[in-house]
Design a protein around this ligand. Structure first.
Ligand SMILES: *[C@@H]1O[C@H](CO)[C@@H](O)[C@H](O)[C@H]1NC(C)=O
Length: 258
């Protein structure tokens, strides 16, 4: 949290003024004035940011690398429910921060939900620890065989996870996702140009995320014999356009293997 706070103050314009601190030894009488000026700028920046005048948090979070398709999954739940009306009863979500998605899904009485967290869970809150304890959320490396029987879930949703896999591992993981689903597979992936992993996170993810274009993905799906779920895609598009909701991630709807 503190790291993010530092990052965002920089972008509010205080960064160019950090020179005021460096000039301390030369011109110490100026320092208090400098501090007041910096303080005033920070305050103004804060107020403006709060009121959304500086363009809103969205831009900031993208620059920050905090941009997340897992968050997008949560926003998309109502639309997914419309697209997969009869197939949302046993849902598996795979991706970082899966506890947040599973918790959101479980709020709906008609949905049973499970989660796979592909990376270590850092600072899990009480809810998340409880989901892990109950076996609802598991930590598992998705590069390998998933610990579920074929067609265990009606729908499998994956976000922010495939972007980190090279084609070699995707070749194994994508068929696995299709294998454990019965009625469909939904993939949320970043648009090219959306940078996600911070340098500090590279050790966690193993490699930087590679945001592929939709044509890359479609070619890839064809290669791995995965077909578009046209009916679901159409219903999802209809539901989202009616509410003028624009997902900020690419969303692919695929059929499970028959
Ligand atoms: C992945 O699988 C496809 C289809 O079986 C194959 O054409 C391709 O060469 C594989 N790629 C890698 C990196 O193994």
């Amino acid at each position: 949290m503190s790291r993010r706070a530092v990052g965002s103050t920089r972008r509010n314009g205080s960064f160019p003024f950090s020179g005021a601190f460096n000039s301390k030894s030369k011109s110490s009488p100026l320092l208090p004035i400098g501090l007041v000026v910096v303080g005033a700028i920070l305050l103004i920046g804060y107020v403006y940011k709060g009121s959304g005048v500086l363009g809103g948090a969205k831009v900031v979070s993208r620059v920050d690398g905090d941009f997340s398709c897992t968050l997008e999954v949560q926003r998309a739940i109502p639309f997914l429910k419309k697209a997969y009306s009869g197939s949302m009863h046993r849902v598996l979500h795979i991706g970082p921060d899966t506890c947040s998605v599973v918790s959101a899904l479980l709020k709906d009485e008609e949905i049973e939900a499970w989660g796979v967290e592909p990376y270590e869970i850092e600072d899990a809150d009480r809810t998340c620890r409880s989901l892990v304890r109950k076996g609802i959320v598991r930590v598992a490396d998705i590069k390998f065989h998933l610990p579920y029987k074929a067609k265990s879930f009606s729908l499998v949703i994956v976000s922010d996870a495939l972007d980190y896999l090279s084609p070699k591992y995707l070749n194994r993981t994508l068929p696995e996702l299709a294998r454990v689903s019965s009625d469909g597979l939904v993939i949320f992936s970043g648009f090219p140009g959306q940078q996600k992993a911070k340098v500090s996170e590279l050790s966690k993810f193993g490699r930087p995320a590679k945001m592929r274009s939709s044509s890359w993905w479609i070619r890839y799906f064809v290669q791995t014999s995965l077909e578009e779920n046209e009916a679901a895609n159409k219903k999802f598009e209809q539901a989202t356009s009616k509410e003028s909701y624009q997902p900020s991630c690419q969303v692919f709807h695929l059929n499970s293997y028959h």
